[in-house]
Every structure is written in C-alpha cells, then in structure tokens.
Design a binder for this molecule. Structure first.
Ligand SMILES: [Zn+2]
Length: 329
C-alpha cells in the first residue's frame, strides 16, 4: 500500500506502476470531502466520500490483487476555476460564504457556508488532479467525489456549485495535456451544465445517457444524448449505451472523463432507471472496454447516488474502482 500526498510533483510514473504486478489506479481523496450538511436527505450523500474512503482502505488491507495510489488534492486554483466559470460568479460565491452563510440557498437546498464552499473547491481540485494523473501516467484515476454536471458557467443548480468535470476538461485542454477530451456522463440525470459550457467547444465531446423524465426540467443538447425513460432496466440501458459508445466519433481523445453515477440503481429514490448492481458493473466494464479500445486514459468521478441503502451505493462505487483498477491506455 502506498500513500502519496500531492506536492506538485508526479508521485508515480507509468513505468513505476507497470513494473508492479499489482493492478493499480490513482485514488483521489481529501479530508475536506468529509463535510457535514444540515439537510437530512442530503447529509447521507455528503457522507459517501468518507465512507467510500474507509471501505477502500479496509479493502486494501486484505487485497492481494490491487492497490490504490492515494493522492490528496488541494482546492482548485482560482486561475484554473475561472477558465470555466465567470470570475463574477466565483467572487459572488466567495463573498456569500463569508458574509452571508445562508446566502447559498438560491443554488441548492443547503446554505453555502465556508466549509461547504471549501468542499466544492477541493472536489473540483480533485477532479482536475484525477485528469492530470490519468493523462500523465496513462493509468486510470478516480476522484471519490465529484460529478457536478448541473453547474453552468455563471450559475449553479441541482446541488452543484462548480462543474468539476468541465473545469478538469478545460484544464487539460488549456495546458496542452490533451487535444480532445471525451466526457461520458452515465449519471441518471442529464449533464445539462456540461453540455451548456461546451456547446461551442469543439475540443470537448459531450455524451450523456440519462433519464429524460427527471431533473433537469430543461435538457441541453450534448454532442450525443441518449434519452431514456422511467423504468429502463439493465437490458435496454446496456444496449443503448453500447450503441451510443459505438457512435462516438474517432477523434484523438487524450482523456475520457467518466461520470459513474450510482443513481441509475433500482433502489435510488430520485432517478427511476432501475438498473441492478450487476447491470451497473457491466456499464462500468463497457466504458472501460471502450476507453481501452481507443487507447485513452480515464478519470472517473462518482456522480449521484441517493439510495437509502448506503451499503448498496458503496458496493456500486467499489465495483467501479475494481473495474478501473489496472485499466490503462
Ligand atoms: Zn444524478
């Protein structure tokens, strides 16, 4: 087991990983992800990153087949954030969290108090770090949080303040780490913010497969949308996903950003797509197989997961980690 702390240097090289017979991936987590929330329904969701971290650390103790290279992110830098979000919007959030802790209610159901803003900034930093690690090493990386795909350039929505996926994609494009980025959004909800941000950006291809019957009420056009209905189960979902992946154009993608939402599960209280845990694991395998076929590294974010059975949500996320362990371009 290796514990790495992000210090601005690459902790592991691809060669270093390849020399190891164990399957490895980068796992991104910060104590700042462990944030409390005063909303009863949401508090369960905010606990998930720390619970997943605890579960993965316990798994590592007994695993003989894989290990995780842990990296701790810092809050995203201002100059990285404002490539995607308007400086005015960013300044307003900072001001509100300091001056008016209740002021965030127009974004989502809880106030944007300082620790919560720090949580969002650190999770965005985590997805940026996952993207950097993946493109640098060719090995998969997973942020144990993230997937805030409802945030637009100058407004939040649906529990999302900043769009970590878009910020990470813009970062690797702007710094020349990738010429093209592919976003595969398999959260149950449409990635409307991501689609809006990249509407005129030809270097980012946005693919969303989602339930059309649920939030957000107004969908935005992604480069490729697959709109499903309430009650879609494993068979139809996986068939449509397979077809969708086959439609993704053969562009020189340097990175896949994968939103592995657990809210597609049949036990989810918000999403209605009715996939089984095994169906979701097969979804992850399809995405991994697609990325390997295109020889493209993957940065994974967790997305939603609102089922009352927290153990099932954690099972789904642990399966995602196991699927992407050892995946490389
Ligand atoms: Zn969702």
């Amino acid at each position: 087991m290796r514990l790495l702390t992000w210090d601005g240097q690459w902790g592991l090289t691809h060669e270093g990983l390849a020399a190891d017979s164990l399957q490895t991936m980068f796992a991104i987590y910060s104590p700042a992800y462990d944030v409390s929330c005063d909303d009863e329904g949401l508090s369960r969701w905010y606990l998930l990153p720390r619970l997943l971290y605890d579960r993965l650390r316990a798994w590592e103790e007994t695993s003989s087949s894989g290990e995780l290279a842990w990296v701790e992110p810092k809050p995203v830098s201002h100059h990285v954030l404002v490539r995607t979000h308007s400086p005015r919007y960013v300044a307003r959030n900072e001001r509100m969290s300091r001056i008016d802790p209740q002021g965030g209610r127009q974004f989502f159901e809880v106030a944007l108090y300082p620790d919560l803003l720090e949580f969002f900034l650190t999770v965005v930093g985590g997805t940026v770090l996952a993207a950097e690690k993946a493109v640098q090493s060719g090995v998969s990386a997973m942020n144990l949080a993230g997937g805030f795909h409802h945030a637009f350039r100058d407004r939040g929505g649906g529990f999302c303040v900043y769009n970590d996926i878009a910020v990470a994609a813009m970062h690797v494009l702007a710094t020349g780490k990738a010429k093209q980025v592919l976003i595969i959004d398999c959260d149950a909800h449409q990635g409307d913010g991501t689609a809006g941000i990249f509407r005129r950006e030809s270097r980012a291809f946005t693919f969303s497969i989602h339930n059309n019957d649920i939030f957000p009420p107004k969908k935005r056009r992604s480069d490729l949308d697959i709109a499903l209905r309430n009650g879609t189960g494993d068979d139809e979902y996986l068939t449509r996903l397979r077809h969708g992946l086959a439609e993704v154009p053969d562009l020189p993608f340097g990175l896949v950003l994968y939103v592995a939402g657990a809210d597609v599960h049949e036990g989810d209280s918000l999403a209605g797509l009715k996939l089984t845990t095994e169906g979701i694991a097969e979804r992850d395998r399809l995405v991994r197989g697609f990325a390997e076929g295109r020889r493209t590294p993957v940065a994974v974010v967790t997305g939603g997961g609102y089922g009352e059975d927290t153990g099932t949500v954690l099972d789904i996320r642990e399966n995602t980690v196991r699927t992407f362990l050892g995946a490389s371009r």
